[in-house]
Write a protein that binds this ligand. Structure first.
Ligand SMILES: Nc1ncnc2c1ncn2[C@@H]1O[C@H](COP(=O)(O)OP(=O)(O)OP(=O)(O)O)[C@@H](O)[C@H]1O
Length: 527
């Protein structure tokens, strides 16, 4: 049976129902009135005047209602039957209209709308949502509230109380009509995937749900243009933020995990010459002409970097700063949580070509191939994927091209030579303890008036204090992260920082020599 015939039958059935209901209600009302009249007459006849007061109020009630209805609303009481019948069929009529609309809408979509669907988690999805949120009306009133766990923002009082995390309000929407480049677009967000995203603690309110973008016409070209506009917009936004992707908790798809403000390369202090060499190398690699040159010479278009050095010397910070400097997204690969080599391969397949892939603390995963046979390394269970699985995805025949792979390690000597050979690692960058020059730069950065530090000192005085400060720090003995910790305690006064640094350095050096002593005696005991 055709849809049209089915709808006609359904409609006819409800019209018949309406007339039956109306008829029944009217009959019931008529009966009530005549019964009351008859009953009253009977009682008057039988019992005389004595029984009349008993039924009279009932009859008078009907008369009164009829009078009120006919005078005030100009309605006959018999018309109530129609009203009751209408009220009875209203929900059904509403359902009918909705069904008709759904059918008509599906038909209109089929005949007149062209659409593009973007899966949740795809970087495009995020670009479109960002555009929509940026162009929403000012008086937008529908939000989703999310507790910001782990980020206390600028509310320092709240930061001190465990229970008071700030709440972030993300604009909420399911369906939106938009106007862009002279075309109207309908964007529908799948509510199922929205609910799934909301239950993900890493969800930041942007992207993550399947989107369907439609426009009028038989060609999807306007939708593609709209998506391009969203991408261009998102690209301008990456000037300010780096988007960090990680695998979702089921390990099935990449999900945006955080949106971090760009960290400027000037804020990561290490040897300036090495920094410039590194930047020049990446710039050269990302140049489209380099890609062509690689391709014409049949060389795989890949670049790998290894940042090594003691803990807290800025390896992760440098990776983030590089992603920000070159406007790239950052994909975090956590090897210990990868189940199999096939999963690792799939993970790398799903990473887009132009991005930074970060494998942190790679030495904590495998030491060298001889050790990879053991089940436990340093008390940590070994990952389920193998070193050769990783080598394959980095440099194998099927591995993707065009991305930057950054690995970080605290122990270069512990890495398998195959992992760090040219082709997989093209440049090794050492990040060590802080030099006097870098500590002066750090001081200037902490107390620079450009960064909002208010003081009565002029730049010359701050510079002199910075020199005095740096002179008290021995070269290559203190990690930048511990020095940053010192600054965090004295952010209000450059004088205080410069006068207290000498004592602090002595304490730090004593602590470090104690640690070295423990390591030496520990090793001796082992042997
Ligand atoms: N060279 C540096 N310049 C500026 N800040 C630094 C530097 N090194 C570390 N820091 C600061 O110290 C903190 C820790 O740095 P980061 O996590 O980048 O070090 P890491 O070398 O990756 O440490 P790990 O090896 O333990 O992972 C960050 O807040 C960062 O700002």
């Amino acid at each position: 049976m055709s849809d049209g015939k089915r709808m006609f039958d359904w409609f006819a059935l409800h019209v018949v129902r309406f007339y039956c209901l109306r008829r029944l209600t009217m009959m019931w009302l008529d009966n009530m009135i005549s019964y009351t009249r008859r009953d009253m007459a009977h009682h008057i006849h039988a019992g005389g005047v004595a029984s009349r007061p008993l039924l009279e109020p009932c009859f008078q009630g009907f008369v009164l209602i009829r009078e009120v209805l006919s005078r005030c609303l100009e309605l006959d009481i018999t018309q109530i039957g129609s009203i009751v019948a209408i009220a009875g069929v209203l929900p059904t009529a509403w359902r009918f209209l909705r069904r008709t609309w759904d059918e008509a809408y599906a038909w209109i979509r089929h005949c007149f709308l062209a659409s593009v669907t973007i899966p949740g988690g795809d970087p495009l999805n995020r670009s479109v949502v960002e555009w929509i949120l940026a162009n929403r009306p000012r008086n937008y009133r529908s939000f989703t509230g999310l507790t910001e766990v782990g980020n206390v923002g600028i509310d320092r009082a709240a930061a001190l109380k465990k229970t008071q995390h700030p709440v972030r309000y993300c604009p909420h929407w399911d369906t939106r009509w938009l106007w862009c480049n002279g075309n109207a677009f309908l964007v529908v967000r799948s509510s199922d995937s929205h609910n799934v995203s909301l239950s993900n603690p890493n969800y930041d309110g942007i992207g993550g749900e399947e989107l369907t973008i439609s426009c009028f016409g038989w060609s999807a070209e306007p939708v593609k243009q709209f998506i391009k506009a969203c991408r261009d917009y998102a690209e301008t936004q990456t000037q300010f933020f780096v988007i960090i992707y990680s695998r979702d908790r089921y390990g099935l798809a990449w999900q945006p995990k955080a949106r971090k403000p760009i960290r400027l390369l000037d804020t990561v202090h290490f040897d300036n010459k090495i920094k410039q060499e590194l930047l020049a190398d990446i710039r050269n690699y990302l140049d489209p002409r380099t890609q062509k040159r690689y391709q014409t010479r049949s060389m795989p278009y890949r670049r790998g970097y290894l940042f090594y050095g003691p803990p807290g010397t800025g390896k992760s910070s440098l990776s983030l700063a590089i992603a920000g400097e070159f406007g790239l997204d950052l994909y975090e690969v956590k090897i210990p949580s990868v189940a199999t080599d096939a999963d690792l391969e799939q993970m790398f397949q799903d990473i887009p070509p132009k991005c930074v892939v970060l494998l942190e603390d790679i030495d904590a995963v495998w030491m060298d191939r001889s050790n990879s046979q053991k089940n436990v390394h340093d008390g940590q269970p070994l990952p389920n994927c193998t070193l050769s699985g990783l080598l394959n995805v980095l440099d194998g025949v099927g591995s993707q091209e065009g991305r930057i792979v950054i690995m970080t390690t605290n122990r270069l000597e512990a890495l398998d030579s195959a992992l760090v050979r040219p082709g997989r690692i093209d440049m090794k960058v050492y990040l060590g303890n802080i030099s006097q020059k870098s500590s002066k730069e750090m001081f200037l950065r902490m107390f620079s008036p450009d960064l909002g530090f208010k003081s009565c000192l002029d730049m010359n005085e701050i510079d002199n204090l910075a020199t005095e400060f740096a002179n008290q720090i021995p070269d290559d003995k203190i990690t930048p992260s511990s020095l940053q910790g010192f600054f965090q305690q004295h952010l209000d006064s450059p004088y205080e920082a410069a006068s207290l640094i000498g004592g602090w350095v002595k304490e730090e050096l004593a602590k470090n020599s104690d640690k070295e002593f423990e390591v030496i005696t520990g090793n001796e005991n082992e042997s």
